[in-house]
Design a protein around this ligand. Structure first.
Ligand code: 4GM
Length: 250
């Protein structure tokens, strides 16, 4: 996989090459990440890359010429061009899986109020957003994309690192994890986990998955098909969570 990043701040991406699992993937040639400064492509004598918006309004808009020339400098037949913007469709794990199968990604990072629409209409394959919030630039979203894609590439994660993934949790959030010591500053690990009783442990983990999903992401519960057993676990969890709320205790 080759990833080219087009940005006004290419230096930000240099540390990725040395960063933990990403750094290892780069060293093993599983992924090549290059960043390019859009300003280098400006034909303006002051290296201008942005201008006032037609129709008025706040802020500046990135101009077509430097951006399109920068795209063309790295583009080939199998390139997939992604623009990171709050207007894009929201990134999901499925999208990361789909993108991890591409040969060449070009990530375009915008600034100011965005980029001239003609760039999007003519040169961008897909507009992706990380969520409903605005950042100063598309660089951090691009890094999130790089991280999420790289860990899915063949042989990047060891089997134990890769072990988690959806099938394990069936669309629910992960149950809480603990490690040694069993007691730290008076805080104890739930007893069932130390019991060695595998069936009870599994039951506990299923219930805690259900609990954390109900509390933090109830919307996910509507998306999954539950077994009768899971439905009854959910009922128990709902009762205990709601009872705690009305008790005012924790
Ligand atoms: C406005 C228009 C992406 C701001 C276009 C980029 C948030 C996201 C920017 C832009 C961004 C996001 C730059 N902020 N939610 N800021 O993924 O590219």
């Amino acid at each position: 996989m080759k990833i080219d990043v087009l940005t006004l701040f290419p230096e930000i991406f240099s540390f990725i090459n040395e960063w933990s699992i990403l750094g290892r993937a780069v060293a093993d040639n599983k992924v090549t990440i290059s960043s390019h400064n859009i300003r280098d492509f400006s034909l303006d004598k002051h290296k201008k890359v942005d201008d006032y918006p037609y129709g008025g309004g706040h802020g500046m808009v990135m101009m077509p010429q430097p951006v399109i020339d920068s795209i063309n400098s790295v583009k080939s037949d199998d390139s997939h061009v992604i623009y990171l913007s709050p207007k894009g469709s929201v990134l999901t794990q499925e999208k990361l899986t789909e993108l991890s199968k591409k040969n060449h990604l070009i990530l375009l990072c915008g600034h100011y109020e965005g980029i001239d629409q003609r760039i999007i209409d003519n040169c961008v394959d897909e507009e992706i957003s990380l969520g409903d919030y605005v950042l100063t630039g598309g660089e951090l979203p691009a890094m999130v994309l790089i991280d999420g894609i790289t860990r899915l590439l063949p042989e990047v994660l060891s089997t134990s690192e890769a072990y988690e993934e959806e099938s394990h949790y069936n669309g629910l959030l992960e149950y809480p994890q603990y490690t040694r010591p069993a007691k730290y500053l008076g805080m104890e690990v739930p007893e069932v986990l130390i019991s060695g009783h595998h069936a009870n442990i599994k039951e506990y983990q299923e219930r805690e998955s259900m609990r954390v999903t109900y509390i933090n992401r109830p919307d996910l519960l509507d998306k999954i098909k539950m077994t009768d057993r899971q439905k009854s676990v959910l009922k128990e969890v709902v009762n205990s969570v709601e009872r705690r709320k009305t008790d005012g205790s924790n």
